[in-house]
Design a protein around this ligand. Sequence first.
Ligand SMILES: NC(=O)c1ccc[n+]([C@@H]2O[C@H](COP(=O)([O-])OP(=O)(O)OC[C@H]3O[C@@H](n4cnc5c(N)ncnc54)[C@H](OP(=O)(O)O)[C@@H]3O)[C@@H](O)[C@H]2O)c1
Length: 305
Amino acid sequence: MKIIVTGASGLLGLNLSLGMMETHTIVGVDRSKLTGTPFELVQADLLEPGAGSRLIDKIRPDAIIHTAALANLEACEENPQEAQRLNADLPGELAAVCAKRGIQLVHISTDSVFDGTKDGIYTEEDAPNPPGVYSATKLQGEQNVLSVYPKAAVARVNFFGWSLSGSRSLSEFFYNNLSTGKQANGFTDVWFCSIFVGDLAETLVRMLEKGLSGLYHTVGSEAITKYEFGVRIARQFGYNPGLVIPISVEESSLKAKRSHNLRLSVHKLSTDLGMEIPGVSTGIEKFYTQLQQGYPQKMRSYQQL
Ligand SMILES: NC(=O)c1ccc[n+]([C@@H]2O[C@H](COP(=O)([O-])OP(=O)(O)OC[C@H]3O[C@@H](n4cnc5c(N)ncnc54)[C@H](OP(=O)(O)O)[C@@H]3O)[C@@H](O)[C@H]2O)c1
């Protein structure tokens, strides 16, 4: 399959492109952060009018995995118009082009469309109630995609791994602090189901191969708190788990509101793909193995200086 990956310099886009290039022809869309990647790159600012359809006409892909977004919660609160354009309007525009040309689309959304007040696990049937600008614009993006292209798949994700900047993910936050002997706060009252980005990449491509459409919770199969996540990283890497400080998210200095319960069911995904969805423990092992194999350095060698 020839797959366009938007957001190729991002945490998901870069790992996805590197991970899937052996088995698929990947064309990554970049705004000039990358150079010398082992997969093909095209330059484009997706907010330029007509950028999506020009790309598709030039590359003629079988599928698009649309990861590009304004994915920083605080930046979305500060720039709601940019968040609206990137997270809500653009996905609908791309979906319309894909629908017209019969190109498969997996659009990436977020677990944080839920306000976290449910006493239990969220399924795809539960009504979202986004707590901030990021999640509200991402929810609108989902709706825009599925209304113009019901055959598209929308994947609500949460993931961790190594990034180009070295500081994009929660796993890197813990690694960067703990590896230098510093303390790191871990929220004891935020539950989530993060999946290792390598496992997510494989799952997204399987969704394409199986031709899934509609809404899917595409997260890990295990729910833990962010505090427990930090402790597990410490244990895996041989750092002192006591450096992870248990605090409430309400005590943090983060401005954008966070949901307390982001436990999402992967039952629908697992059933429709006919496979077990990986949990966080094996993912943390793979995250550690990648460090030993020099993966973060290799990834950063593709950064334009
Ligand atoms: N990280 C998580 O745990 C998480 C959780 C839930 C959902 N998600 C969703 O997962 C997806 C990927 O997130 P991520 O963490 O990989 O994001 P990220 O690291 O912030 O990357 C975002 C990507 O979008 C690109 N982009 C932004 N504006 C663009 C534009 N105008 N034209 C072209 N490209 C543009 C960025 O390019 P530049 O590098 O040039 O800025 C970057 O490659 C997003 O849809 C996000 O909402 C992420």
